[in-house]
Write a protein that binds this ligand. Structure first.
Ligand SMILES: [Mn+2]
Length: 345
């Protein structure tokens, strides 16, 4: 990085955010996952990693609150062709299964076989992410997933949870609760990720959800039942703020629910849709960019350690790069806060 000019014109061909960094020495290693097999509504999340990478060099690296955190290195691995191919192969099959289910109400023998093939493929993707994340953790680096739909980070959450013997707590920012028990027959659907995470043998100690505003009655029942799931519904957050509570006060409440070691799983649709108009399942309401950033700042200032994280469901528009731009800026803040939370001693 010696001849690198952080104020100069940057290119993504140099690396994420235009920063030259080595896999071996970077503090944060990002795993791109071009995946959207079970996406049920709008598509494009598989193009998320590329969109974020291409938009990333326009960020001014010097940051008022993060300083020169980037100097510790944020390295994005190459977009894995094998996973991209598997995604391209399975996505039309998943659509076929879904259409068949809608038309007939059940799956015939052939469609059940196709469904099994999709479930196996989704497990393969998760296993691949898990192996990457384990390797990154072993080297003392911070693993981050850049999705892909919300099923893509499961392997990363698993690796982090195992590395902390299940002590880690997950902060989950999303419009959706993602607690569905299977979705349309898919075991690893984007809508089931937190159900899968919180029912796994390696599950984290706590799931704290923020900005949730779209969920089923069954998901609500699970939230009510379980002591290890705490949900800050968007409606309640907004009501409290309308009645005079500050976001700083609410951030304190959120921090109080989390253990010291945290993992952040950020679905871009947790933000208000104006920040992510092309994401697969946008929902009105949600956080502003600044609220999300302040929440992360608050958590780090209150002593939380960000052990790993993911950003998912960023989907580029056809003619503008706004979604990728916001995604890159959010990712930059996440990388910076992760580094700030775990200063090298
Ligand atoms: Mn979502």
């Amino acid at each position: 990085m010696s001849d690198f000019d952080p104020s100069g014109t940057a290119s993504y061909s140099v690396g994420l955010f235009g920063i030259p960094s080595e896999r071996e020495t970077a503090r944060v290693v990002l795993i791109p996952v071009p995946w959207e097999v079970t996406t049920s509504y709008g598509s494009g999340a598989a193009m998320g990693p590329e969109a974020v990478l291409k938009a990333s060099p326009q960020i001014d690296l010097f940051d008022l609150e993060l300083g020169k955190a980037y100097e510790s290195g944020y390295h994005l691995l190459a977009i894995p062709e094998e996973i991209a191919e598997l995604n391209a192969q399975l996505k039309p099959k998943a659509l076929e299964v879904r259409t068949h289910l809608e038309d007939h109400g059940h799956l015939n023998h052939e469609m059940q076989r196709t469904l099994a093939e999709i479930n196996t493929g989704c497990s393969r993707m998760s296993e691949w992410v898990y192996m990457q994340a384990k390797d990154i953790l072993k080297r003392g680096q911070i693993p981050a997933v850049l999705g892909g739909d919300h099923s893509s980070p499961e392997g990363n959450i698993r690796a982090v949870s195992e590395a902390t013997s299940g002590k880690v707590g997950v902060l989950h920012v999303d419009a959706h609760a993602d607690l569905r028990f299977q979705y349309q027959g898919f075991q690893r659907s984007h809508a089931s990720i937190m159900n899968n995470v919180m029912n796994a043998p390696w599950r984290p100690s706590k799931l704290v959800q923020v900005a949730i505003r779209d969920f089923s009655q069954e998901e609500f029942a699970q939230i009510e039942e379980r002591g290890d799931i705490e949900t800050f519904f968007d409606l309640n957050l907004k009501r409290e703020m309308f009645e005079g509570r500050t976001w700083a006060d609410i951030c304190k409440d959120i921090a109080a629910q989390l253990p010291e070691q945290i993992y952040i799983s950020f679905d871009i649709d947790g933000l208000s849709p104006e920040y992510c108009p092309h994401t697969g399942t946008p929902v009105p309401g949600g956080l502003t960019f600044d609220q999300a950033n302040y929440l992360m700042r608050h958590l780090v200032k209150s002593g939380k350690k960000i052990i790993g994280f993911d950003l998912n469901e960023v989907a580029p528009g056809e003619s503008d790069e706004w979604d990728g731009n916001v995604g890159a800026r959010l990712l930059y803040k996440m990388c910076g806060w992760a580094v700030h939370s775990q200063p090298r001693i």
